[in-house]
Design a protein around this ligand. Structure first.
Ligand code: NCD
Length: 311
């Protein structure tokens, strides 16, 4: 694992080829071991600064990025839009210029706007990590999901993975289709026709509006209805959506695995018995978040200091 990552930033899964993904997952394996120690800290990023900038709600992603940077011994500044100068009308560009004055090694950004992370990368010498930009991409989610599956099954090669739900508004779906395919899986996306964006098949997935055949899936990956991104009614009602697309324990064969990025809307996309079933990997996904985000920070910053230092 001596090769450097080609990328300085992580904006999209497209920034990584299969070996880049594997390099991060292998590194995450060694950091998962750190999580089992009593003192969960390594000195890799001592003296470096990581800024977490969250312009959208987050529990898992923000807490795991913060823990990841702290466990690597970085100095961490975490800013939420509420309570920051953004509330006073400061633009994203001005905020990035202000924070760049602290000479951070990395800026982690979540934004409701697709393309925001790419813009930020043009405004700062720091490495930029996309923690979710609108409905575009969420690459670290895809990496932690690939890590979770690889840990459980050894490999993603040849897996039949179904992604079910609100594909239209899901940055997780876009990043995961790319990552799963790159790791050798076959992906099907499924949801109401109004929530299947035109052209999604070009990412390399099969597209279907019906659950028929889902019993053949190795993995069922369920998405949340992103009501905060809907400005019109895409389904007649949530009850009707649940009646047609909700995954319950009854859908799950003993050998199938169930995933969801969280937060789950219990009783809408997943039933309580599915969430609590032995097939569910939802807790493993959350746990993987810290090790995988440590690996991303490490590979972008510690492992490639020359790249990270270049403007
Ligand atoms: C996802 C997100 O924010 O895109 N959640 C997460 O990062 N754990 C998915 C979602 O909000 O539904």
């Amino acid at each position: 694992m001596s090769a450097q990552l080609a990328a300085k930033h992580l904006i999209s899964i497209d920034d990584l080829d299969r070996s880049g993904i594997e390099q991060i997952l292998d590194r995450a394996e060694s950091f998962a071991e750190v999580a089992g120690r009593e003192i969960k800290k390594v000195p890799a990023l001592r003296g470096r600064t990581v800024v977490n900038l969250f312009y959208e709600a987050s529990t898992r992603t923000s807490s795991s990025f913060e823990l990841a940077a702290k466990r690597l011994s970085a100095d961490v500044v975490s800013i939420r839009s509420a309570g920051s100068a953004v509330d006073k009308g400061e633009s994203l560009k001005d905020t990035i210029h202000t924070l760049s004055a602290y000479d951070p090694a990395a800026i982690v950004i979540r934004s409701p706007h697709a393309g925001a992370a790419q813009l930020v990368a043009g405004w700062t010498p720091a490495s930029v990590i996309n923690a979710g930009d609108g409905k575009h991409e969420h690459p670290t989610q895809a990496l932690l999901d690939a890590f979770t599956l690889r840990r459980r099954l050894g490999s993603l090669d040849g897996l039949n993975i179904w992604i079910v739900g609100d594909v239209m508004h899901s940055r997780v779906a876009r990043s995961n289709i790319l990552a799963f395919n790159r790791m050798g899986a076959k992906t099907t996306v499924c949801g109401p026709p109004t929530l299947l964006p035109r052209g999604i098949g070009a990412l390399g997935c099969r597209v279907t509006p019906v659950l028929t055949g889902i019993d053949q899936a190795d993995v069922i990956y369920v998405l949340r209805m992103q009501q905060e991104r809907m400005r019109e009614a895409f389904v007649p009602s949530l009850r009707e959506y649940a009646a047609r697309y909700q995954i319950g324990a009854g859908h799950l064969g003993p050998g199938q695995l169930l995933m969801h990025p969280g937060p789950v809307n219990r009783g809408i996309e997943l039933s309580a018995d599915a969430i609590d079933s032995p097939q569910a990997l939802i807790g493993d996904q959350v746990k993987a978040g810290v090790a995988v985000r440590m690996a991303v920070l490490y590979e972008l910053l510690a492992h490639a200091p020359a790249l990270a230092a270049a403007a």
